[in-house]
Design a protein around this ligand. Structure first.
Ligand SMILES: Nc1ncnc2c1ncn2[C@@H]1O[C@H](COP(=O)(O)O)[C@@H](O)[C@H]1OP(=O)(O)O
Ligand SMILES: [Mg+2]
Length: 438
């Protein structure tokens, strides 16, 4: 008997969906950065010819400085105690990533509120893509370049402009350009208006191959496009690799409640939605409201007994094998039904302990992309969790646009991981031996 069948029905987006639980947009969605917080083009021009010296880590604010925190002293005390080279700081990059993801969230919210059939196309692999996917990618690439001007900019991102350059897509391109310009002009920060060609170029700057050397931004402009179209969960997922390692990540989840997703229907009917999670290597993971609340540190669930755990999986059965998750959960003795939501919002919810386990087992032949996991990986890792492939190996983001793994991805806290790995391997073995797989 599958675990899910014996207990209760899966918790799905139908329950969690903000549109079914409460008015979806009950708060003003536009709360842009303060004027002057960003850059204008003049400043951009200036900055691109004047390389800024990277601040040593210990010159960051003490609240976000693990180096100083470890020593229990002020940043300057921390600095004077060590003469060895300071660890690299990514605080400027993280701030830029948050700005970019915030603006992209506003664009996505605007589109999701009144999406039209003409806003949606089908890609070569038959998956949907919307004006918001393209607009979000253009906006983020542009904001990162403006905030962090340097000679090298590398972005590994999901979308490209091939289909948009076709004559039949001209109206779509016009809509995307209009959207991007509306968001930019409402921001009070970036006073510029892009041409269609500039929007196409901004989208196409996401063609980098990534790899083990140098710095690369990694972006999924809308992760969970199917959820986005249903009015459910989706995420804007942006991370940065440095020498093949994920060093920072931002997950904007415009429909995720500020309180536990599992309690949304029961208790927090009027709970605010829209969260942004961020993490920087060695500094923990933070959550704040998209409307700009104070950031709070988040931590994964500390549950040690699998019977008390609940697990996340894809809403779409085509994206992850629900029967395999059910068998794993049964072996572990998990009693709660699966919580099915779209996108890396699952990693975000994991990072604050809404659930204790995340299982992802795509069907045979699917190749995982780095942008589908990089931001989620660092947010959960910095919240104290572990993410690995189904054999317990760390995910390797240094091998280009894809993750080289063929089994699946699992995520939980450090205490539960050994038990989870055993259950996963037993279930995979059983699946291989089952007559239906031959
Ligand atoms: N056939 C597939 N199997 C697994 N994942 C897929 C498949 N097709 C698309 N995806 C991607 O899986 C992620 C969604 O996962 P989940 O089902 O866990 O929410 C998205 O990144 C989605 O792409 P996209 O970014 O275009 O939405
Ligand atoms: Mg995706």
């Amino acid at each position: 008997m599958g675990m899910a069948s014996g207990i209760s029905r899966p918790v799905t987006a139908a329950c969690i969906n903000p549109s079914s639980c409460r008015p979806r947009y009950h708060r003003p969605i536009f709360s842009f950065p303060q004027p002057g917080a960003g850059l204008n083009l003049q400043r951009l021009f200036f900055r691109s010819f004047h390389f800024r010296r990277r601040l040593p880590h210990s010159l960051g604010t003490s609240s976000e400085d693990p180096f100083a925190q470890r020593l229990g002293g002020s940043p300057s005390e921390a600095m004077s105690s060590f003469s060895s080279p300071s660890p690299v700081s990514y605080s400027e990059e993280l701030a830029a990533a948050k700005k970019a993801a915030l603006l992209a969230s506003h664009l996505c919210q605007k589109v999701q509120k009144s999406i039209m059939p003409s806003d949606v196309q089908s890609k070569a692999d038959k998956s949907p893509v919307t004006v918001a996917d393209y607009g979000s990618q253009a906006l983020i690439s542009l904001v990162l370049k403006m905030e962090l001007p340097s000679l090298s900019f590398s972005l590994v991102a999901e979308e490209d402009s091939v289909d948009l350059r076709k004559d039949v897509a001209h109206e779509t391109l016009k809509s995307i350009t209009k959207l991007v310009n509306e968001i930019l002009s409402a921001s009070d920060t970036y006073k510029l208006s892009l041409s269609e060609e500039e929007v196409l170029d901004a989208i196409d700057s996401g063609k980098s191959e990534g790899g083990p050397h140098g710095r690369h931004w990694v972006l999924d402009p809308i992760d969970g496009t199917k959820g986005f179209l249903r009015g459910d969960q989706y995420a804007i997922a942006l991370a940065m690799l440095d020498e093949g390692k994920v060093v920072l990540g931002v997950l904007a989840c415009p429909n995720l409640p500020l309180f536990s997703i599992r309690s949304t229907c029961d208790q927090s009917f009027n709970s605010e939605i829209g969260c942004i999670f961020s993490a920087c290597l060695g500094s923990g993971a933070l959550m704040e409201s998209l409307n700009g609340s104070t950031a709070t540190k988040v931590h994964v669930s500390t549950i040690e007994a699998p019977a008390d755990a609940s697990f996340f999986e894809s809403f779409e059965a085509a994206h992850s094998m629900h029967d395999l998750s059910s068998s794993i959960a049964e072996k572990l003795g998990v009693r709660a039904p699966p919580v099915r939501i779209d996108s890396q919002a699952k990693y975000a919810a994991m990072a604050r302990g809404d659930g204790a386990i995340y299982l992802r087992f795509p069907h045979k032949g699917y190749r995982e992309k780095i942008w589908d996991h990089a931001a989620g990986f660092i947010v959960v890792s910095e919240a104290g969790g572990v993410v690995s492939d189904a054999a317990g190996n760390e995910l390797d983001f240094s091998r280009g646009r894809h993750l080289d793994l063929d089994t699946g991805i699992i995520c939980t806290n450090k205490k539960l991981m050994p038990l989870l790995l055993k259950a996963v391997q037993d279930s995979l073995k059983e699946k291989l031996q089952s007559p239906s797989t031959h």
